[in-house]
Design a protein around this ligand. Structure first.
Ligand SMILES: Cc1cc2nc3c(=O)[nH]c(=O)nc-3n(C[C@H](O)[C@H](O)[C@H](O)COP(=O)(O)O)c2cc1C
Length: 202
């Protein structure tokens, strides 16, 4: 494996963190790297909100618990039992919390490339999340993407523009146990498939 292939293979969604924080300069650097992501019309529509206030973190945690309970309540039998055993966020352990939003119609970029596909701003912001994720993995820093949240509540808790699209709540810190296998696969919830199954020729 090349170093880059190894990075892709070992990048994980992390839900179990060590308590020691990432140095402030290093976190800044990861966010600066995320800013190098491609974006439609060079619009740079991503907005990273660093959540440090305990009260806000508690509100996000309550949001997650309520959303997760709602998801569980919609399931039955073995599916519900299995779901209940999953750990779907490292909110309590992660030393750093970063919420990511997309400004879906930013002035920057002057609309270039967005006329036929306005959703390309969202895709651009997601690319910044992935860039951040890979840059962190390269430094041995784990990232866990939490999406089991009510987006309206997240916007309210973080006092951001109500028009911003909520994309991700990232838990960031050093992983307890690096792995080359997704946790959901290790827990028998889902498994990866050979890449070729997703290829189509026309
Ligand atoms: C858009 C998106 C939303 C996700 N939301 C959650 C989530 O709410 N909770 C969670 O535990 N993992 C979440 N994940 C992580 C996935 O479960 C994980 O990427 C997948 O199981 C593959 O594992 P890997 O990232 O370690 O390869 C999310 C990932 C993506 C891309």
């Amino acid at each position: 494996m090349t170093p880059a292939e190894r990075l892709f293979a070992w990048r994980r969604d992390v839900r179990h963190f060590r308590p020691d924080p990432v140095a402030a300069w290093e976190l800044d650097r990861l966010l600066e790297t995320a800013n190098r992501a491609p974006s439609v019309g060079l619009s740079e529509p991503w907005r990273f909100v660093r959540v440090d206030t305990p009260a806000r973190r508690n509100a996000i945690r309550a949001n997650f618990l309520a959303s997760n309970a709602q998801d569980l309540a919609g399931r039955e039998g073995e599916d519900a039992r299995h779901y209940a055993t999953l750990k779907l966020a490292g909110l309590d352990e992660a030393p750093h919390h970063i919420a990511v939003f997309c400004e879906t119609d930013p002035a920057q970029g002057r609309g270039l490339g967005r006329a036929t596909m306005p959703e390309t701003t969202t895709w651009s912001a997601v690319m910044a999340v992935h860039t951040f994720w890979l840059a962190a993995a390269e430094r041995g820093i784990g990232v866990g993407w939490v999406s089991i949240l009510d987006p309206t509540d997240v916007r309210r808790t973080l006092c951001v523009d109500p028009d911003w699209q909520f994309l991700a709540y990232l838990c960031v810190g050093y992983p307890k146990q690096p792995s080359d296998t997704p946790e959901l696969e290790r827990l028998g919830w889902e498994h990866r498939n050979p890449a070729r199954r997703r290829w189509i020729w026309r």
